[in-house]
Design a protein around this ligand. Structure first.
Ligand SMILES: C[S@@+](CC[C@H](N)C(=O)[O-])C[C@H]1O[C@@H](n2cnc3c(N)ncnc32)[C@H](O)[C@@H]1O
Length: 243
């Protein structure tokens, strides 16, 4: 079993942008998510994107006037983001997202943790720790937005196999194996090399978080919580800091 950081470094990061359908298509999906949760332009307010990846949400946020701190443990994905920053106000930070406070010098208005990043944390206690740090770091009236996959109810039978993406030269399939607190994700990648297909497999763990548990834990940290459908079957949680 690899760590999340190793999984991205050695397996997923090099095919990640392909996996999500290309940079432009993914960033425009990110843009519509940002429009749904914070439609008003910002005048230089700071937003923090936890597990920013290649910037699918950081870029749309910066385009609408936010100063974005984009934190991720994958140097490869941050390099992709770096290549697209141009004149946008985005600071890329390679670090564990639980260390995000080290990179801020004041409270902020908006914190995001999108695209199933939350389930990458190693245990429920780390999620509780993150929520408490986020509550400390947001100004009153600030917003925390999360999207994640609900692995709490297991898939059954053949639906454990998920065809993620394929083209003439590459096929990515995901296989999910359930344990009580986490799901082991096996990313099965076939790549064409001339006339043969080469197979690479890497596996890592994701937490099984239910929307109810996430909501209750956020409320215990002083948030008002709204749960709604997110992109591609994910759950979107919009949490407003009320005290
Ligand atoms: C599924 S991707 C989502 C990326 C992006 N938020 C999006 O919506 O496209 C998860 C991202 O979280 C990063 N990540 C996972 N665990 C992390 C951690 N503990 N600290 C920092 N980044 C982490 C990975 O490197 C990866 O870029």
């Amino acid at each position: 079993m690899t760590t999340v950081a190793e999984h991205y470094e050695n397996h997923l990061a090099s095919v990640y942008v392909w996996m999500v359908g290309g940079f432009d298509a993914a960033t425009s999906r990110g843009e519509s998510e940002i429009n749904a949760v914070c439609p008003n332009p910002s005048n230089g307010l700071t937003a923090v994107d936890l597990g920013a990846g290649f910037g699918m949400h950081s870029i749309p946020l910066a385009r609408r006037g936010y100063s974005v701190v984009a934190i991720d443990s994958s140097s490869k994905l941050l390099e992709v983001l770096q290549d697209h920053i141009a004149s946008l106000s985005i600071q890329t930070v390679e670090d564990d997202l639980l260390n995000f406070q080290k990179h801020l010098n004041a409270k902020v208005q908006l914190i995001l943790c999108m695209g199933d990043t939350l389930t990458h944390l190693s245990e429920h206690q780390s999620v509780e720790q993150l929520f408490s740090l986020v509550a400390e770091s947001l100004s009153i009236g600030g917003m925390f937005v999360i999207t994640f996959r609900d692995y709490a109810s297991p898939l059954v039978g053949d639906s454990h196999f998920i065809p993620v993406r394929s083209d003439n030269d590459r096929i990515l399939t995901c296989f999910l194996e359930y344990s009580p607190d986490y799901v082991t994700v096996h990313d099965v990648l076939h790549e064409r090399n001339g006339s043969i297909w080469q197979l690479r497999v890497s596996s890592y763990r994701k937490l099984r978080l239910s929307p109810e548990w996430v909501s209750t834990t956020l409320q215990a940290n002083g948030f008002t919580v709204r749960i709604e459908p997110g992109l591609a079957g994910m759950v979107r949680v919009v949490a407003d800091k009320r005290r």
